[in-house]
Design a binder for this molecule. Sequence first.
Ligand SMILES: Nc1ncnc2c1ncn2[C@@H]1O[C@H](COP(=O)(O)OP(=O)(O)OP(=O)(O)O)[C@@H](O)[C@H]1O
Ligand SMILES: [Mg+2]
Length: 256
Amino acid sequence: MERLSTGVPSLDKLMDGGIPKGFFVAVVGEPGTGKTILCIHFIAEGISSGDYNIYVTTEESRESIINQASQFGFNFNKAINEGRLILIDALMGDDEWTLRHLDIDELVDIVIRAKKKLGYGRTRLVIDSVSAFWLAKPSMARQYSYTLKKILSKWDLTTLVTSQYAISTSEAFGFGVEHVADGIIRFRKSIKNSMLRRYVLIEKMRQTNHSLFLYEVHIMPGKGLVVTAPTMLRKEDVALPESVKKKIKKGGYKVE
Ligand SMILES: Nc1ncnc2c1ncn2[C@@H]1O[C@H](COP(=O)(O)OP(=O)(O)OP(=O)(O)O)[C@@H](O)[C@H]1O
Ligand SMILES: [Mg+2]
């Protein structure tokens, strides 16, 4: 089976060498856990291995993604100029690569336009974040995800979509895309001994003998994501404290 490296070798090791070609994989997690940085590695790896690349950013400007990439030594501007990468933003720019609305049909159209422009060949797609497209209609998450995956599957794309994981709205934002996805890479965080720690878990990867452990993740200056030793943590260890959960429940929200 043809697999695509994520660009993070220590993460590839957890899933038989990488993501199977053509898969639609959800990258989920709370703010600041490393979702965008993983997407940047995935695209940088695409650039260096000769794939075409499309990156849709809804949370940050194109410049912000280019700057973040350059901090880890990846030259996205060069790839854009050489026709290997198309960076699409939402509501921020004012050229042909700006989405005018956070609309799922418009998203599909612009991705297909980008793919046609890049040309024939193996292509990586990032949608960061896909949950932005159903912010106003959370109940549509599953249906939109299904449509997106179905249409995109015809275009020789291997796709990473990020989904925010707000504890108060976990069902609405997370579950739609997670059921439809071929894989789920879940980032988590916790504060231990007054220090922020990040973790990653391959929660699902179809047709893959993947690790079942939770691993610690480091975001290193100049280098980016590195996955280190498996932790012996249980899910409860990285969950919110009971007192916080109780407060959220009181507010009528569902807690994982
Ligand atoms: N150059 C750098 N060196 C070290 N750490 C960095 C660097 N750049 C970013 N980080 C770390 O990465 C974090 C951001 O990670 P990232 O943007 O991938 O989060 P995210 O999961 O996409 O969050 P969100 O849901 O808010 O978009 C920062 O909060 C910071 O801790
Ligand atoms: Mg992000």
